[in-house]
Design a protein. Structure first.
Length: 308
């Protein structure tokens, strides 16, 4: 597995980075859908214990575009993305989750929009559930502490009367736009980024182990005046949550920990200290409820098996 030397000299090359952790056959399926659309593809493996890399090697023996980097430990998503970023050569860098299947024209559609204006630094496509419905992460507003409060307590139902006050940060319930639109954030499951913008903004924040690192990067892109666009015609089926399904409490812990870091990093100077403490308490309470729910379900399953 090697990279052709011409990649270092071309202005239009696209490098793809897939961070893998026990994705099984999904990883191979993902590579099948994207390999012919990019110039080089890095699979950064976070110490997987399944057969995903063996299956990949079986399906792509001696593939010159494909480079597999095996980390000895699970570095987390952001750190693994940075490993790939620093090894890649393309002027444009695609970050794609291993549980994604991209349509045949996704890269060309994303690239056209990314190249349409010098101020555009990042674009994302339409993430779909396997049943064809749109996922919430495709196009997002930034989940500020207030917006998260609104969503947590169902206050978005009042958005028709007071849209600015009770705005829901997920936009997927709104009609799908006919053309690319600027948004505050997109999902790290599928991001195509200009190398120039990456050099300006900096790498992913490695203090996040899992979740919210994509929101962090979107915030920093916008702080540097780079626009983020959502491309509705670039379709990607995302089997969301598959890789973390066997460790729900581990995922929930890191998700809520990352939420707290995100809020403190970007909003602690915009909100009163008392409100930030309430936000922290709310996040911890939600984490406790999620863990309690998982444990209850697990106990019920075991009791059901025992009774059976």
């Amino acid at each position: 597995m090697s990279i052709d030397s011409h990649l270092c000299h071309s202005d239009e090359t696209v490098s793809a980075i897939i961070v893998n952790y026990n994705a099984g056959a999904l990883l191979t399926n993902c590579v099948h859908t994207i390999l012919n659309q990019v110039d080089e593809l890095f699979v950064i493996d976070n110490a997987s214990s399944d057969a995903s890399l063996e299956l990949l090697a079986t399906n792509f023996p001696a593939e010159p575009k494909l480079v597999v980097i095996r980390n000895n430990v699970n570095l987390g998503f952001a750190s693994a993305c940075n490993v790939g970023s620093q090894r890649s050569h393309g002027r444009y860098v695609l970050f794609l989750n291993p549980d994604c299947n991209a349509d045949a024209n996704v890269i060309s559609e994303l690239l056209d929009v990314l190249q349409s204006n010098d101020s555009v630094g990042m674009v994302g496509g339409l993430l779909l559930n396997p049943n064809g419905t749109e996922q919430g992460g495709s196009r997002r507003a930034v989940p500020t502490p207030w917006r998260s409060f609104v969503r947590a307590f169902g206050l978005s139902h009042f958005a028709n009367r007071w849209p600015r006050l009770f705005f829901d940060f997920y936009l997927h319930k709104q009609p799908l736009p006919a053309s690319p639109i600027e948004v505050e954030a997109i999902s790290g499951a599928c991001m195509l980024v200009k190398r120039e913008a990456m050099d300006d903004v900096g790498l992913w924040d490695e203090a996040y182990f899992l979740h919210c690192e994509d929101l962090d990067w979107c915030m920093r892109f916008r702080q540097k005046k780079w626009k983020i666009l959502f491309v509705p015609t670039a379709r990607i089926v995302h089997f969301q949550g598959t890789c973390g399904r066997n460790r729900p409490i581990f995922v929930a812990w890191h998700k809520h920990k990352s939420m707290l870091r995100f809020y403190r990093k970007f909003f602690r100077h915009q909100y009163p200290a008392g409100l930030m403490w309430l936000v922290t308490l709310g996040v911890l309470l939600r984490l406790g409820l999620v863990i309690f729910g998982y444990m209850t379900k697990h106990m019920m399953r075991r009791l059901g098996i025992a009774r059976g």
